[in-house]
Design a binder for this molecule. Sequence first.
Ligand SMILES: Cc1cc2nc3c(=O)[nH]c(=O)nc-3n(C[C@H](O)[C@H](O)[C@H](O)COP(=O)(O)OP(=O)(O)OC[C@H]3O[C@@H](n4cnc5c(N)ncnc54)[C@H](O)[C@@H]3O)c2cc1C
Length: 416
Amino acid sequence: MKIAVLGAGVIGVTTAYYLLRDGHKVTLIDRQPGPGLETSFANGGQVSASHATPWSNPSAPLQFLSWLGRANAPLAIHYSTDPALWRFLFRFLANCRAGPSKANAAIVLRLALYNRGLLADIRSQTGVEFAAEERGVLHLYRSEREMRRALAAADHLRRLGLELEDLNAAACTALEPALESRRGTLAGGLFSPADLSGDAYAFTHGLAQYCADAGVQFELDNAIARLVHSGNRITGIMTERGVITADRYVLALGSYSPVLLEPLGIRIPIYPTKGYSATVPVTNADAAPRISITDDHNKIVISRLGDKLRIAGTAEFNGYNTDLDPRRAHAALDAGAALFPDAMDLDAAEFWAGLRPLTPDGVPVIGRTPFTNLILNTGHGTLGWTLACASGRIAADLATGREPEHDISGLGMERF
Ligand SMILES: Cc1cc2nc3c(=O)[nH]c(=O)nc-3n(C[C@H](O)[C@H](O)[C@H](O)COP(=O)(O)OP(=O)(O)OC[C@H]3O[C@@H](n4cnc5c(N)ncnc54)[C@H](O)[C@@H]3O)c2cc1C
């Protein structure tokens, strides 16, 4: 079968990989000159099932209120009359209730656990390298209150099958000696030993190269204008270089998915949520972590990517604006530098901003559409790197008419 995948981020490329393996003729279309150059480019690097609890959870509303108006707060909302923003925020709040939040965490966790085996298989089958550190993810808490809240969420994830260890401050520093100088500032941590970290761009680029070598056709530097349809079938993709046709289509356009779906009458509540990262050369290897860290208080993640540290965080609701606000970019870097003060050359930091394709429930949108030959694989928000292989496998199954081996309930667009 001829299948076109729209979008060559980490989600589109993993989808193309599985379609290729299943013996299909695949075309991957992207407006950028290479794969992985938008949100998949410089994210936090964590492949972390332990982040399954969605941002929309019971503690979010109060936390959000406490951050409003602070220039360097982890969250900023640029007030606008955009109805999409207000609809999104309203739905987000509805998902903060304990019941929906727990149910959403369960769906995401199952997907993340399914992902683990698939990522291992891709690595062994393709040899793709991405500076992987298979040392787990350590979540740090600064106060007893933060720790108590985290333990409650952790209990839910543990009951669903995630291995998580509670650690006191001394155990955190024993596990990651680079934290030793900050031990006095820690209340404790939660350690997820089977999580890992690595460079999502290196993975996306390497896997795309593997796919290209094996015959996947890349239509790069080619912006998609619209999807053409006749009745309930997609008949082609109108690009700036003409129409591309296929038997089936998988849409993996990240934050831009709603823009191209709306003219088809498909409305999915994905809102672009800007985040920042700084990539900083390590100057003192002993003072830099190897275990990937989540600093819950400052809402940042820190991952070792070879001889660099990636520090990422912050959430900004400002439509499709991708400008880099130096204050917010520096806030994430400063928080990382405070934790590992002697590890890196701050003056050489490279800053980046990307738009997370966030859904109000924190669950991606993977599934069929009213168009019989169009499948969605989008809305991965804060966890696209964590969920890419599982999502790609499921989308490839659906596109080719095979029943996925993973239970897909709760993933489809019908939930909206
Ligand atoms: C600061 C930050 C930190 C993060 N940290 C983590 C983390 O630690 N772990 C984790 O799991 N996730 C993390 N994420 C989330 C993760 O990066 C995203 O979920 C993931 O990259 C989304 O992948 P995607 O392929 O859906 O989107 P993208 O990578 O954006 O891919 C979509 C593609 O569609 C193309 N496209 C869009 N419109 C058009 C058009 N009209 N025509 C042609 N092509 C088009 C774009 O060029 C792009 O290449 C983070 C995100 C941010 C911003």
